[in-house]
Design a binder for this molecule. Structure first.
Ligand code: GCB
Length: 610
């Protein structure tokens, strides 16, 4: 009640009320000003800039009454102001703070970011938005002392409208980013990757016409090979405008008036349409226009389905030659975020002979799927529903659903993306299965044209440790029987691998979403010495033929492309790194790289011969 009264009082006083987030897809094709670069920062472990000494947030009423969000300067020498962005140190944006300042390496808490910017709109009625590629994990956003909103979730984009709030000169954009871990968050407190904090992806000022195309989707009509379906969403006052979608090189276009919700659905025939595949990643220029807005993109068309235990790409059986990837640039040991980082990581995957990557364990930056489109690499995208999650907490489910919806909204036009994964290695149980089932339903409702799955687990037959069983009841709801298995590393020595037999309950394509062993690049010993390159190579030599014997085996993404930082890896030789990369964190290939590459080369040859 107190909160409601305060809120009403704030509205009456004309105070700013947090704004809702706007979807702005295809952001790199829009009129934007980069806000990347040096930002002033204040590290604030006690949240002094956010909470008063009674621990009440300064923005509780909607109006910001104090704290760092105001970016205030002392009027004269008598005024006490205990912070000053103008003289604070800086950090690079995009970028995690951990790798930029040694003192922040292990830091989990709040850092305040401030950027000053001017606005130069190209037309007076145009609208302005602040776009965040991602901020890990929670961000409170303020412009010129007014709160724009709070965003939760560290790996998906969000935007706030600032039309009317932004001035021509000297805007102060202040963001409190907090990467504290919480039991009820997504991910939760326990993960096997570095909890990089900060404004980790591109920051943009976006200008749009008064009514603009906020998102669109083009895809093959399910079941067809030359019919394109398009849907377009408008945002703004003129919802019932005409909308046009055209493919200039294909010489086709369709036009219609959007409905009162600003939505248009179009269909067009594209005779002789070249379909997208890893062998031939055909992309088409598309132009979407409505009123004063025009958006361009490059999109591919393909179908991805299953039939019995096969995965079919454009109706043809395909073997998924994959690898898992973390969003980390290993040479510098930092969050990856740029097109150049994507090129490095996907370039390595390509050199390994991959036609598929699993982007673990959270949505990676947009450059990854865009480049995968160009390079012809199929992609598995995932949300950070990892290990334990607060399965019965409604807010946790809402959070996971929102992250799923956000990544689908961002990447639904990427032909490369063929799997939405809703979880990794979650413990079997009724509450868990209900939680995951509602994510599967959400994914299918938002996009019924891709496979939906999760990385599940394996257990041993109590009567026979060599008999492995995959019977997770959640498997009923997924398109793939995908699971992680570590026989030969966490489960026995490599010789055990040769003796394993499998029972997989559901007659679906079997996909090994993880398998792997640690090795320190450059450390050589016999094949029974843990952490040696020989051990890891022997592991792969035995594992790959064993996987081939699993009925319905349709592909794998071994763990993992590159070594990556993990706070759980405390042994001296690990030194804070998970060493299961087939490429070391020095960028050098380990012996296992060639073992896997040779296997994939043979698979590719066999596929091409069919
Ligand atoms: C797993 C997890 C992955 C870990 C990996 C490991 O099963 O899914 O996140 O990093 O094992 O190295 O233990």
């Amino acid at each position: 009640m107190k909160k409601l009264i305060l809120l009403l009082a704030a509205i009456a006083a004309g105070a700013s009320i947090a704004r809702s987030e706007t979807v702005i897809a295809d952001v790199f094709a829009r009129t934007t000003t980069s806000l990347n670069g040096q930002w002033r920062v204040i590290v604030d472990p006690y949240d002094t800039g956010y909470l008063d000494y009674r621990r009440l947030p300064y923005d509780e009423s909607g109006k910001v009454t104090g704290g760092f969000a105001l970016d205030h300067h002392a009027k004269d020498k008598t005024e006490l102001v205990e912070y000053n962005f103008d003289t604070s140190p800086t950090l690079n944006v995009p970028g995690d703070w951990n790798s930029q300042n040694e003192k922040l390496f292990y830091y989990e808490g709040s850092v305040w970011y401030r950027k000053k910017f001017d606005v130069n709109k190209t037309a007076p009625d145009h609208r302005l938005f602040i776009y965040f590629g991602a901020a890990n994990y929670e961000a409170d956003v303020y412009l010129n002392g007014k709160k724009l909103g709070t965003h939760i979730g560290g790996f998906t984009p969000f935007a706030y409208e600032i039309t009317g709030l932004a001035k021509e000169k000297g805007n102060s954009l202040v963001v409190r980013v907090n990467n504290s871990r919480h039991v009820e968050a997504v991910p939760t407190t326990n993960t096997d990757w570095w909890n990089y904090g900060g404004l980790t992806r591109d920051m943009l000022l976006v200008e749009t016409p008064a009514t603009f195309i906020s998102n669109f989707r083009t895809r093959l009509k399910p079941g067809a090979t030359n019919t394109i379906e398009a849907s377009v969403q408008l945002d703004g006052a003129e919802k019932t405008q005409a909308v046009k979608v055209s493919f200039p090189a294909l010489k086709i276009a369709a036009e219609m008036t959007a409905d009162t919700n600003g939505r248009a659905r179009l269909e067009m025939t594209a005779p002789g349409l070249a379909l997208w595949s890893p062998e031939s990643p055909a992309l088409n220029d598309v132009v979407i226009s409505s009123g004063a807005d025009e958006l361009k993109d490059r999109v591919g068309f393909r179908s991805i389905t299953t039939s019995g235990t096969d995965v079919l790409l454009n109706g043809r059986k395909v073997f998924l030659r994959g690898i898992c990837i973390h969003e980390e640039e290993p040479l510098a040991g930092r969050r990856a975020w740029s097109a150049a980082d994507a090129k490095e990581l996907l370039g390595w995957a390509k050199a390994l002979g991959c036609n598929f990557v699993r982007l673990a364990h959270y949505p990676h930056n947009e450059h990854m799927a865009r480049l995968a489109d160009e390079m012809g690499i199929m992609v598995w995208e995932e949300i950070p529903v990892y290990w334990t999650i607060a399965w019965t907490n409604a807010a946790t489910l809402a959070n996971a659903k929102k992250q799923l919806a956000n990544v689908i909204a961002r990447d639904q036009n990427r032909a490369s993306v063929v799997v939405w994964s809703v979880a990794n290695e979650t413990p079997v149980g009724a509450a868990r299965t209900k939680f995951l089932k509602s994510l599967v339903d959400e994914a299918r409702e938002l996009d019924g044209t891709r496979l939906v799955s999760a990385a599940m687990e394996v257990h041993a037959d109590p009567a026979d440790p060599l008999h492995k069983i995959v019977d997770d009841p959640f498997g009923e709801f997924t398109d793939l029987m995908s699971f992680n298995e570590y026989v030969g590393w966490y489960d026995g020595l490599p010789e055990k691998i040769d003796r394993i037999r499998w029972t997989v309950k559901y007659p679906k394509p079997v996909f090994i979403s993880e398998c792997g062993a640690d090795a320190k690049q450059g450390f050589h010993a016999d094949a029974l010495t843990r952490f040696s390159e020989e051990y890891q190579a022997d592991f792969y030599r035995r594992t790959l033929p064993m996987l081939d014997k699993i009925p319905g085996f349709t592909g794998c993404t071994p763990w993992v492309l590159c070594d990556f930082r993990s706070p759980r890896r405390l042994l001296d030789i690990q030194d804070g790194w998970n060493l299961k990369g087939v490429i070391g964190h020095n960028g050098e290939k380990k012996m296992a790289f060639d073992v896997l590459k040779n296997y994939y080369d043979e698979k590719a040859k066999a596929d091409a011969a069919k």
